[in-house]
Design a protein around this ligand. Structure first.
Ligand code: ATP
Ligand code: MG
Ligand code: MG
Ligand code: MG
Length: 476
């Protein structure tokens, strides 16, 4: 099956089971100050779970654009290394708003996965929340999953979107990638979900029943709900019989283009890290900018700027010294534009925005890298381990290196960065900025006196704007 067919079959399966197909929400959560970016399919239904909003339907299904680059769910550092973690990904999901609960959610999941998609049953595992006997009983009753492949877990099986918000115990589905690929697990009697990458999580069934309050307490919700999230790129890799999301038809066209554009070969191993990171980041940039996030120095915009600069840096590892990532926007839109059509009219805008950002960063990156290299050399000579916070700040302030970029480069060479020192320098600059601002307040008087002198010398100017403009208007 192609990825498009897989997505369509998910939506169609739930549509047949009386779920309304709804569009993806924006990556910028609407009216939710607790969240920087949409990180799960359920975000757009938060008000329904809390009992303060309503929809015309009680069952829904969709594919949701998600970003996991900040807050409680942040996978940025994993990107390129992990075969199944992205910054931007699609989350397939089905929901019940006070309609069906655990039993049907499990029955639907099992039927879709084992009958429609034919994933061999012996490869499947489930996890449940510690004391959730009811869910265990339902797996045994509704499916033919044996008890030996059900694991009880603590932290991974209580799902929360952030510090506050709707949450509850969950039950996850994992697929066994096979002992051959993970021989170290062969004789481990405990091998199972959450113990080894051999077991890949692909679907989370969350049983929403609480709200986490700001003081940390759990408050039961007026009704119980089902919220599921399935990583679309992951299920695609499983159904296409490959061991990495990057080997699916969602990524191979991008990786091929990147290899062509940079005149390099792509490899599945660490040599292909730059290609994978760039492929990941351009998807993220395309949709984040498409949803209205502009690269900037704060908040969402700074997260996006950091991701873009990371991509530029990986481009440099492929010896690309000029803007080129923007040229991949077309490829991303070709792959996903039909699914998220909001992006279509913004193609040109997204392309130009990325190109401009790339171009500006290229102007300083070389000198920044040289400076950092000198720091590394000095550290080595002096047997030091940590890059000075002042130097990290200089890289940030003068050369546009976000702290995490410097940290990433330092880590590659076995060093750390003094982030406390970085913050101190940042704070010192802020107070200098404030002082300069106050001084400008004084300068205001100065400006006034300059104006007074001009007045004395030339007399009052006569304001003729209205009349002249009227004349112009009439001529036109
Ligand atoms: P993992 O343990 O693999 O990090 P998770 O438990 O953090 O995943 P959930 O919050 O349960 O993920 O999200 C639901 C599903 O979304 C996951 O089962 C997975 O298939 C998918 N998913 C989660 N994070 C990512 C990511 N960074 N990139 C791609 N897919 C993801
Ligand atoms: Mg995770
Ligand atoms: Mg998990
Ligand atoms: Mg999970």
């Amino acid at each position: 099956m192609t990825s498009d067919e897989i997505r369509a079959s998910f939506l169609e399966y739930f549509r047949k089971n009386r779920h309304a197909i709804v569009p993806s929400a924006s990556l910028i959560p609407a009216g939710d100050p607790t969240l920087l970016f949409t990180n799960a399919g359920m975000n757009q239904f938060k008000d329904v779970f809390l009992g303060i909003g309503q929809r015309e339907y009680t069952r829904a299904v969709d594919t949701q654009k998600c970003l996991r680059v900040s807050g409680k769910h942040n996978d940025l550092e994993e990107v390129g290394y992990s075969p199944s973690h992205h910054t931007f990904f699609e989350m397939l999901g089905n929901w019940s708003f006070g309609d069906y609960y655990k039993q049907e959610a499990i029955a639907f999941a099992w039927e879709l996965v084992t009958e429609l998609w034919q994933i061999p049953k012996e490869r499947l595992w489930a996890t449940i929340y510690l004391e959730d006997d009811e869910t265990e009983k339902l797996w045994l009753q509704e499916t033919d999953l044996p008890l030996s492949r059900i694991r009880r877990c603590d932290k991974d099986n209580f799902w929360e979107m952030g510090e506050t918000g709707p949450c509850g115990p969950c039950s996850e589905l994992f697929v066994d990638m096979g002992v051959d690929a993970y021989p170290e697990t062969a004789n481990d009697p405990d091998a199972g979900p959450n113990t080894s990458d051999r077991f890949r999580e692909f679907w989370n069934l969350v049983f929403i029943q609480y709200n986490r309050n700001e003081d940390g307490t759990l408050e039961p919700l007026p009704a119980t709900h089902v919220d599921t999230g399935m990583g679309f790129e992951r299920i695609t890799s499983i159904l296409q019989g490959v061991d990495s999301n990057y080997k699916t038809d969602l990524f191979t066209p991008l990786l091929t283009t990147i290899a062509d554009m940079t005149d390099t070969a792509y490899f599945d191993d660490e040599r292909g890290l730059p290609h994978r990171v760039i492929a990941d980041h351009i998807r993220c940039l395309t949709f984040a900018i498409g949803d209205g996030v502009m690269p900037s120095n704060e908040g969402r915009g700074y997260v996006i700027r950091r991701i873009l600069r990371r991509a530029v840096l990986y481009g440099k590892k492929l010896e690309i010294n000029e803007a080129f990532i923007y040229r991949l926007v077309d490829n991303v839109i070709e792959l996903l534009g039909d699914v998220f059509p909001d992006v279509l009219p913004r193609r040109e805008f997204i392309t130009r925005t990325i190109q401009g950002e790339e171009h500006r960063f290229h102007q300083t990156i070389e000198r920044g890298l040289e400076l950092l290299d000198r720091s590394f050399d000095t550290l080595k000579e002096q047997n030091g381990t940590q890059v000075d916070g002042k130097r990290a700040f200089e890289l940030y302030d003068t050369f546009g290196f976000p702290l995490d970029l410097t940290q990433m480069l330092a880590r590659e060479r076995g060093f750390t960065v003094d982030d406390v020192g970085f913050e101190n320098s940042m704070e010192a600059q802020r107070s200098r900025g404030r002082a300069a601002w106050d001084a400008r307040g004084g300068a205001k008087d100065e400006e006034i006196s300059v104006y007074a002198e001009v007045l004395k010398e030339h007399g009052e100017t006569e304001f003729v704007g209205y009349t002249q403009n009227n004349i112009d208007a009439e001529i036109v």
